[in-house]
Design a protein. Structure first.
Length: 741
């Protein structure tokens, strides 16, 4: 046992050291990658912040431009070129309130001359003298504004401010907003311009930067306008800008029109690129946002953080190895005992004793066998659960009735999603149909630890009702306390609806039977009686024609009465409950033949009886009525060309008793075979056979009440065969059929 522990220990040490080495290499790589992705992700968020802030300032500038353009003092200057003293006051208020506005000017389209301008500098507002007003016809915005409409606000590219074609000192980063001004007659006069300083705004974005990270901004013309490292300088002698080294030309080439943040590596530097669109649809402007970080500095930073985190992990590994060593020494003691039990198991089992190099191998083999048995048991349980889920509504609740699990069938029937049911009670589907006493008995049964079974009416999410046949089983812990309930329900809504329809139909039939027997037949009998009395009293004065009228009245009354009697018989056949008993088929046929003996003798008919099914269960009187009606029908439809011959055959097939009544009569046409069992459908008109068309309809209802079938077929060369079958049931145990009506 000691050797086994040593082998495992040394193998464990090797694995741990290998894992440690692998961890160091892989984690250093993935840490670098994750930090890089984190860096890109953070700058992506920062770019979105920059975009929101920048767009807010642009919107504010556009709104202010439209505001000042609509001032009445400005319109007065445009219409009459008369300066209102309040114009200066209005502009002064705006520039004092918003110190980022450095200039507001009004420029005429006539040679691009300024007609009015005020400046804001060092907290003071000053108006520019007429002699210092400038010509702006060479400015880009002067040329581009001519194509703008009255409703558009022009926004310029971001660039450094110039006065008289020279850069302002110190460098001042500006964005201009302008709107065209019109005279009362609708003639373009010129435009009003607001210069907004962006230096402080761009400088504030530096707070979003990490250490050793730089941010650059380029305008729509891909000119560098801002560098957080302050590498943009002005040469006073040449009045030109000095920008960072030429490697930034590669950045310019990499700039696209995508607003999404893109990542690239250029000459040992990491760069992220993004852009912000602004301006009207007439003229879109763009500001490019670029961040940079030295690749080597970034990698050293990541590696330093990683090794700082690695120290506690290494200490933890050493502690784990030490604890493992001492733990293994204690663990293998019970393993030895477990190995002895395994040896006894194999010696007492059918497999017989097995030879193993050590106890661990024996235990491993035993666990494999037990696992296989457990897997098979789990598979069997899963198959059973799947089969149950397909057909049944399954739910689990805790001991308080709160739902913890429902299957898909529950959701399908109730219309609720699983998340709408779990955590709630079954009150969510309560229809309100059942009384409080019903649920008191329900919970009393369950809380006593007994199984409850019954039928419940529930309500779907859409408010529709459905019926379920429910079985609820309480699960108890070792102390006999209920821990949960499992309910298995079957949707019997269709069966319940059919039962209700049958009940309603039976009620209607009872009403009909009452009407036939009292409201129709009673007046008919009275009329018939009065008719006979009148005929008797008036027989001496009636002529032959009148007497024939009375005779026809009497005959028609008897026909109607006979028809009403048949209808009453048909409704009684539908309403009557079956009296189930064990029936000897041989005795059954004897009694039937004795009932129709007179009719058979009158036509000189013969009967051949063939019996293979000895017993059935059912209503003997009703089955005799079916057989009698079928034999009488064969006698009615006998052929005049041959002697009537009947075959009564009783066989058994697939748990059903099959009765066949076969004759050699006149037969039926193909289109008559399917309608002979319909009420008031009489066939055989060509043979002048009288009947009401009710007898076979009664036969059909009696067979259906026994859960059976009845049909007709043609026999060769002539005659028909009427076949009906009913379930044999269990004749020995006399299990009754469900009561039918």
């Amino acid at each position: 046992m000691k050797s086994i522990g040593s082998k495992i220990f040394y193998k464990l040490i090797s694995i741990v050291l290998g894992l440690l080495l692998f961890f160091i290499v892989s984690q250093s790589y993935w840490s670098y990658k994750s930090k890089l992705q984190l860096y890109i992700g953070e700058w992506t968020k920062n770019s979105q912040i920059i975009e929101r802030v920048f767009n807010a300032r642009i919107k504010e500038l556009s709104n202010d431009t439209e505001f000042v353009a609509d001032l009445s003092e400005v319109q007065k200057l445009v219409d009459y070129e008369i300066e209102d003293k309040r114009l200066y006051e209005q502009f002064s208020k705006i520039m004092t309130a918003k110190e980022i506005y450095k200039q507001i000017r009004i420029v005429s389209f006539k040679k691009g001359r300024e007609v009015f301008r005020i400046n804001y500098s060092d907290g003071k507002v000053s108006r520019v003298k007429g002699s210092e007003l400038q010509q702006k016809e060479d400015e880009i915005y002067f040329k581009e504004l001519k194509s703008f409409s009255s409703s558009d606000v022009y926004l310029s590219p971001v660039n450094f401010n110039k006065e008289n074609n020279e850069f302002s000192r110190p460098l001042s980063l500006m964005l201009r907003s302008a709107k065209i001004l019109y005279t009362k007659s609708g003639t373009p006069y010129g435009f009003i311009v607001i210069n907004m300083s962006l230096h402080h705004l761009f400088h504030s974005f530096e707070t979003l930067l990490q250490k050793d990270q730089n941010v650059l901004f380029m305008n729509s013309l891909k000119e560098l306008v801002y560098d957080s490292n302050n590498r943009i300088t002005l040469d006073d002698k040449t009045n030109t800008l000095t920008v960072p080294p030429k490697e930034f030309l590669k950045l310019v080439q990499g700039l696209g029109k995508s607003k999404m943040v893109e990542f690239d590596e250029i000459e040992g530097m990491y760069y992220t690129f993004g852009s912000i669109e602004y301006g009207s649809t007439k003229l879109q402007q763009r500001i490019y946002v670029i961040s940079s970080m030295n690749k080597v500095i970034f990698f050293k930073k990541v590696l330093g953080e990683f090794f700082k985190d690695l120290l506690p992990i290494s200490i933890m590994f050493i502690i784990v190895v030490t604890i493992t060593y001492f733990t293994l020494r204690r663990v293998f003691r019970p393993i030895a005992k477990l190995g002895e039990l395994v040896s006894k198991y194999y010696s007492n089992s059918e497999i017989g004793a097995q030879k193993y190099d050590n106890e661990v191998e024996a235990i491993s083999d035993s666990l494999i066998q037990l696992s296989e048995k457990l897997i098979k048991s789990n598979q069997d349980l899963k198959f059973q659960k799947d089969a149950l889920d397909v057909s049944a509504i399954v739910a689990e609740t805790d001991s308080k009735g709160v739902i913890t699990y429902v299957n898909d069938k529950f959701c399908e029937v109730s219309g609720y999603e699983k998340h709408e049911l779990i955590g709630r009670t079954h009150r969510v589907v309560n229809s309100g149909f059942h009384s409080q006493s019903f649920f008191r008995d329900f919970w009393k049964t369950l809380n006593e630890g007994r199984v409850w079974s019954g039928v419940i009416k529930n309500r779907t999410k859409e408010g529709e009702y459905y019926w379920v046949d429910s079985t609820i089983v309480p699960f108890l812990d070792k102390n006999g306390q209920i821990v949960k309930f499992i309910s298995i329900r079957f949707d019997i809504t269709r069966e319940h609806q059919q039962k209700m329809k049958l009940t309603e139909a039976n009620s209607e039939l009872k009403k009909f039977n009452y009407i036939v027997s009292h409201d129709l037949r009673s007046p008919l009998v009275t009329i018939g009686g009065f008719s006979k009395v009148l005929r008797t009293e008036l027989k001496d004065i009636l002529n032959k024609k009148q007497d024939r009228f009375f005779e026809r009245i009497t005959y028609n009354i008897s026909v109607v009465d006979s028809l009403l009697c048949s209808l009453q018989d048909f409704s009684m056949a539908l309403l009557a409950n079956l009296k189930i008993e064990k029936i000897d088929t041989r005795e059954l046929l004897k009694e039937v033949l004795s009932q129709v003996e007179v009719e058979l003798v009158s036509v000189n008919g013969s009967v051949d009886i063939q019996i293979e099914c000895s017993y059935i269960t059912g209503d003997k009187t009703k089955i005799m009525q079916v057989l009698s009606n079928l034999i009488i029908n064969s006698i009615k439809y006998k052929s005049n060309e041959r002697k009537l011959r009947l075959i009564l055959r009783v066989t058994e097939e697939d748990g059903s008793c099959i009765f066949e009544v076969i004759d050699n009569g006149v037969g039926l046409e193909d289109d008559e075979l399917d309608i002979v069992f319909d009420i008031f459908k009489q066939v055989g008109d060509d043979y002048n056979i009288k009947g009401k068309g009710i007898g076979l309809a009664i036969c059909k209802e009696i067979v259906l009440a026994h859960h059976g079938e009845i049909w007709t077929s043609r026999c060769s060369p002539f005659g028909i065969c009427v076949t009906f079958k009913i379930p044999v049931v269990n004749a020995d145990s006399l299990t009754p059929l469900p009561e039918a009506s």
